[in-house]
Unconditional design. Structure first.
Length: 132
């Protein structure tokens, strides 16, 4: 079930960007390290890296591949899958970021976080990121 949901999220990102952008390239370079500040249930920040091309690749969090990204023109979407071990059970929390580049070194947008195995677990917030 988790693999199906992951595939569905990746397909959704690609389809959304293709439909909204007319399959444009990107004039922004997302690759490299970024500091992401967010407001969700609480406020916080973390570092994430993007590795790949100007338009797609993988997200790296905590020194491991954790998701994917897609960029079209100034629009950006990326996913982080965080695995949490609680009480001997590993849970997956998916963080889905949608936004735009404001400048070549800053992006911002909305954030949705949820556990795909827990109905009604979705929470929404905002984020901005600064290239390091």
């Amino acid at each position: 079930m988790k693999k199906f949901l992951t595939g569905l999220v990746v397909a959704f990102i690609g389809l959304t960007l293709a439909m909204n952008s007319g399959c444009k390239g990107s004039k922004y370079d997302i690759t490299g390290a970024w500091r992401v500040d967010y407001i969700l249930a609480a406020q916080g920040n973390f570092e994430v890296a993007f590795s790949g091309s100007l338009t797609s690749g993988i997200t790296i969090w905590d020194n491991q591949a954790s998701g994917e990204y897609a960029v079209a023109d100034q629009d950006v979407e990326f996913v982080l899958r965080i695995y949490i071990n609680a009480g001997g059970t590993t849970r997956t929390v998916i963080y889905y970021f949608v936004g735009t580049f404001e400048t070549k070194d800053r992006m911002s947008g909305t954030l949705r976080a949820y556990d795909p195995d827990v109905q009604g677990s979705e929470i929404n917030g905002t984020w901005f990121a600064q290239k390091m």
